[in-house]
Design a protein around this ligand. Structure first.
Ligand SMILES: O=C(CO)COP(=O)(O)O
Length: 241
């Protein structure tokens, strides 16, 4: 039985104060969380400590948005696995397309960061996805297959979540057809040795489309950007039917 993981990715949004206000409101809406699913908030590093202290044993798990591959060292601006786990972090996003596009992340560095996350007992959420040009050229399956095989070298598939995030659907309102996403996710699963890895869809997920997305047989959750910033809407997504 695969786990359902609904994760919010706040990206570079919300101060500590904003994060606390969100949490209070969010917990009010989440009084009846179904227990078959995990809700995760992947927040900026600066909000991790405050949220960790205020989760009060709630069902919400804490996630970060990046991790360095070294355990420590001269890596200005980076963050280590120990620093994250000390704050109660359980999940960490690795290889988001914004990291690949703007910060020079490659499949090799993504692989190293995945290994570091697992070494520190964190569950990495590996993001893969194709550009609009690649999709139009019919290259979606080969691009995703190449990312998966390079990123997962030596990675333990028993402690892993994968997010299929077509780059053209991120922040654009242009959602991938749920049935198309289902097909790509099925192809990702066929490449894995462990069939229990939860595979999420990400890209313009909102309260209005969550039910259709989660009705797909291969989709085990979502990674939500913009719509996770609003407590009532994100609670609606977590509580999909
Ligand atoms: O990048 C995403 C989540 O990691 C998706 O962002 P949006 O939900 O804003 O499209």
């Amino acid at each position: 039985m695969r786990k359902i993981v609904i994760a919010g990715n706040w990206k570079m949004h919300k101060t500590q104060g904003d994060a606390l206000a969100f949490l209070q409101e969010f917990l009010n809406y989440l009084t009846e969380t179904p227990d078959d699913r995990e809700a995760v908030l992947c927040v900026p590093f600066t909000a991790l400590g405050t949220l960790s202290k205020n989760l009060h044993g709630s069902l919400i798990k804490l996630g970060a948005q990046n991790i360095h591959w070294a355990d420590e060292g001269a890596f200005t601006g980076e963050i280590s696995g120990d620093m994250l786990s000390e704050l109660g972090v359980r999940y960490v996003i690795v290889g988001h397309s914004e990291r690949r596009q703007y910060f020079g992340e490659t499949d090799e560095t993504v692989n190293q960061r995945l290994l570091a996350a697992q070494r520190h007992g964190l569950t990495p959420i590996l993001c893969v996805g194709e550009t609009k040009e690649q999709r139009d050229a019919g290259e979606t399956d080969s691009i995703i297959a190449a990312q998966i095989s390079k990123d997962l070298v030596d990675v333990d598939q028993s402690n892993l979540v994968i997010a299929y995030e077509p780059i053209w659907a991120i922040g654009t309102g242009d959602t991938c057809e749920a049935t198309d996403a289902n097909k790509v996710i099925g192809a990702i699963r066929a490449q894995l040795t462990n069939q229990d890895v939860p595979i999420q869809y990400g890209g313009s997920v909102k309260p209005g489309n969550i039910d259709e997305i989660m009705a797909q047989s291969e989709i085990d959750g979502v990674l939500v950007g913009g719509a996770s910033l609003q407590a009532e809407g994100f609670a609606r997504i977590v509580n999909f039917q």
